[in-house]
Design a protein around this ligand. Structure first.
Ligand SMILES: Nc1ncnc2c1ncn2[C@@H]1O[C@H](COP(=O)(O)OP(=O)(O)OP(=O)(O)O)[C@@H](O)[C@H]1O
Length: 255
């Protein structure tokens, strides 16, 4: 699903060049749940941004779902990203003036996926799957941090992307709510979605299938984890909404 070959990313600085990614080769298969860990400044976010085509390569090649990302630009890149990549961020990045349902509809609006009548239905289905069906009409600011991240994940899934890229998605959540997010990602992989997640937390091996460690822009470790088989989404289980993420724990989250 993802092929990374000889990837380098450097930034010009007044004092010289900063090499954030210093030569990475990596293959990630369909349905893998890969965590990318490493010290601050090791190049994790840069690598994720390169995968999403948010940043441009200095050297090398990246192919995602059969498309050479390095060969795309402008509207073709934006269209490809909208249909292929679901992005999840630490601070949710929901548009504050749109309702939660409208936020989830946004990727479909931008990419023209589904007839416009079907977009709201799809958004409400996704919110239901995330356990926040009753929050669709509210503005994001009315939701807890955990609920906002569920909404952001619903938005990321709107166009049924084969790849989800998440940058510290649990960094702003308490541990129970964060675990529920990780459980959700694990459930997605059962349906064949590939998940790559940057995290500072090393103790996520029970959710992910593989852990890649970066140092100074290079891979210094790449190993399978002992995560049990994925479950959840495809079996119809609501990952959130009280079954695996009890509300009392979420009330303690940072919002
Ligand atoms: N736009 C930029 N211009 C110049 N240098 C940059 C830029 N973006 C990142 N860097 C540098 O590249 C290196 C890698 O940064 P990156 O954000 O990828 O690391 P990270 O592992 O994600 O760090 P953290 O865990 O703190 O988020 C750092 O030295 C950073 O200062």
């Amino acid at each position: 699903m993802i092929s990374i070959r000889g990837v380098v990313k450097s930034y010009p600085l007044p004092s010289g060049r900063c090499t954030a990614v210093a030569g990475i080769d990596l293959d990630i298969g369909t349905g893998e749940f890969v965590t990318v860990v490493g010290r601050s400044g090791s190049g994790k976010t840069t690598l994720l941004n390169l995968l999403a085509g948010i940043d441009t390569l200095s050297a090398g090649e990246i192919t995602v779902a059969g498309t050479p990302v390095h060969g795309l630009g402008g509207s073709a890149l934006a269209s490809w990203r909208g249909r292929t990549i679901g992005l999840v961020f630490q601070f949710f990045q929901l548009l504050p003036t749109l309702t939660v349902a409208e936020n989830v509809m946004l990727p479909m609006d931008l990419c023209g996926t589904r007839p416009s009548r079907g977009r709201r239905t799809r958004a409400l289905e996704l919110l239901d799957r995330m356990g926040i069906a009753d929050q669709g009409g509210k503005l994001p600011s009315a939701l807890s941090g955990g609920q906002q991240q569920r909404a952001a994940i619903a938005r990321a899934l709107a166009n049924e992307p084969p790849v989800v890229l998440a940058d510290e998605p649990t960094g702003n959540l308490d541990s129970a709510t964060g675990d529920a997010v990780l459980e959700l990602f694990r459930g997605l992989t059962r349906d064949g979605t590939t998940v790559v997640m940057v995290t500072h937390e090393r103790d996520v091996s029970r959710f992910a299938t593989r852990q890649v460690t970066l140092a100074d822009g290079r891979i210094v470790d790449d190993r399978p984890t002992c995560a049990p088989a994925a479950s959840g989404i495809s079996s119809g289980v609501t990952v959130f909404g009280g079954t695996t993420a009890p509300e009392p724990a979420e009330q303690g989250r940072v919002s």
